[in-house]
Ligand binder design. Sequence first.
Ligand SMILES: Cc1cc2nc3c(=O)[nH]c(=O)nc-3n(C[C@H](O)[C@H](O)[C@H](O)COP(=O)(O)O)c2cc1C
Ligand code: SF4
Length: 747
Amino acid sequence: LRKKRSKTSLTPPLRSPAHEVRDEKRLVLLSKQNFLEKAVIQENNQFEDVQKTLNRPVHLKLGPKRVTGSRQAGKASRPDTLFDASTDQIQPVIFYWSLGGSTEKIAKDLAQEFGSFRATKQGVRPLKPLLHDLTQIDYDDYFVTPPKPSGSAATVSKYFYLLLLPTYNTDTELSNFLSHLSETHNDFRIDSAPLSGLSGYSVFGFGDREGWPTEEEGFCSQAREVDKWMARLTGRKRAFPFGTGDVKGDLRRQLQEWSAGVEEVLQDLAAGKGLGEGVAGSGDAVESDEEEDLAGDSDREYATALTPSAKTMRSNRTDDVEDLGAQALSNSSDDPIDFTTYKKRSSAPTPAEAKEMVPTTSPTYTALTKQGYTIVGSHSGVKICRWTKSALRGRGSCYKFSFYGIASHLCMETTPSLSCSNKCVFCWRHGTNPVGTTWRWKIDPPELIFNGVKEGHYKKIKMMRGVPGVRAERFQEAMKIRHCALSLVGEPIFYPHINELLAMLHREHISSFLVCNAQHPEQLAALGPVTQLYVSIDASNKESLRKIDRPLHRDFWERFIRCLNILREKRDTHRTVFRLTLVKGFNIDEEAEGYAELVERALPSFVEIKGVTYCGTSTSSAAGLTMRNVPFYEEVTAFVAALNSALKRRGLEYGIAAEHAHSCCVLIADKKRFLKTDGWHTLIDYEKFFECLESGNPFGPGDYVGAPTPEWALWGRGGFDPRDERVDRKGKKKEVYEVQGSTEKVA
Ligand SMILES: Cc1cc2nc3c(=O)[nH]c(=O)nc-3n(C[C@H](O)[C@H](O)[C@H](O)COP(=O)(O)O)c2cc1C
Ligand code: SF4
């Protein structure tokens, strides 16, 4: 039956579906027998084929055939785009469109520039780019399916699209191009991601901020649209963030940064490194604020993911006496337990005996990595906070930008100790993090931690490059860490080599904000230089502190007071901060006087007051914490006013300096040091800090006071940087998630 045969008239001609129906009706009218006979006469050896044809089901419905269909979500095919660096090559294709000619010139220059790619270490480089004017090509050749990979059997070229586009708010060819992209995506006959065979794409838009100052007013709007359609058509292959340039402003610099980033990606692809993991949802068809939830709110992921894993952990983890004790503590009683009193050790453990704090096989490790932490070594962690992601997308930095000039996309949040000696009711991580009163684990060297956390941080930043809205220039800037928040989870001061770790950060001119829980006076006393030193002040009296922090140390109050005394001793060498986290029903009512007394004792440079964030974990619920314990911003400001008056009554020269209403946070500052004739100076001069440090001479907080606090951050002005875009989260309780990245007691 398989032998060569001639074509028979039984093969229906390729015509429209309507014709097909008519043919079938005609066939029915023929006698099956007659037809078979004819066929047998025509070609005997096709007997079986013919019979099959005749027996196939026939549509009896009269009238034209209706073709119906709908796209099935998530069914976009993913052609094999595996890249074998030993045989395959990357072929960049630059598409441009230009009316006035400026984009055309830039596209040609870029093609020249990319023509001389540097070879990678392995000696591979992308091919010389092809250049196409969108008006000169047939869209179907490039934007319905990618061109077939060219080259011989031995080498295959994989395409990478670069699109350089201006925007015109009038009807132009560009509008047709946009319609083409949208129609291709919405045509159910075509796979919704027909360009997923590309190795990647990136778009750069040219616009004029003089006429169209903001995104909302149309700055680069058409290029932005193209970027979104390409994300859908390629099935999340945005290889580098969408870039924009203002033709009457910073065009050169922006373009240069974008092309440098694109070149790097092309080199990576050519070397077979691929586009990296990417964040779930990056470049996804869901191009709306929902996407922020997909890509952005790690803190919420954390809160929701916590419950089951915490449960698993509790049921599984029976090897740790202190944890068992802590469970008893959190389950039944509020009484603090000092495990050191019965956990007898004849001698200090030798390194060989010491366990790993978070072994890779432990449920804690699984729970933390699931929540987005990168565990470094055996006791350190790094994670990018929601504000870092927000700043990358131009949606605002955390309050530390308003108060101290820290841009969140330049900030790394990490901890060298995932373990802590408290079980604070509002801590949204416990249930997963280990607890202990003494360091009894294997100690990782500071170099390992330093290199590991940087690597983990950069990897996470790189994962953001395909996320819609990420600004190219911020993405580039983020590839150099400038600040480090030693907080995240656990107690950083617990790590025995904390001073060495701090020195490593400073050597690379990374500033340090270290947060401790006022339970480790010896370590606090021995602490070396830090750009800003925080102590969490979660209550103003012993009883309240016991209830809220649920400390493991029996002598927690004495430790707390000793830490405050040490802080006072350090006030001339360190820029010190009290961190107050207000929990309604726990530590606000009637406590302003008590806090004022603590301020008088330690005389910190600043007092930061924040409303707690409710994270909805089982542990916080067990501690009796509900949404009702989250104060409204008005309640926070009322407390701040009360505390300010209490400080005044004591003759202490403090004043309310700044606020970040977005994160429910207010800053009280020492007037003598930070209020100058031209107003508040709460910002930090980071370069000056490093100069002081490197001089080897003693220095104090007065030596690196920065520029005046920006107008918009001052008390009464709200504190949101007007250059950033405020995002409205429709229908969601505004403060709950928005403050999470920075509300944590230790951030
Ligand atoms: C009629 C007209 C409409 C424009 N509309 C927009 C606009 O909506 N948004 C924008 O960002 N730029 C707009 N621009 C600025 C152009 O995008 C910008 O000048 C671009 O560089 C022109 O590129 P070309 O010379 O390659 O055509 C407009 C310019 C003109 C002349
Ligand atoms: S919330 Fe903390 S980690 Fe995040 S940007 Fe602000 S300071 Fe850095």
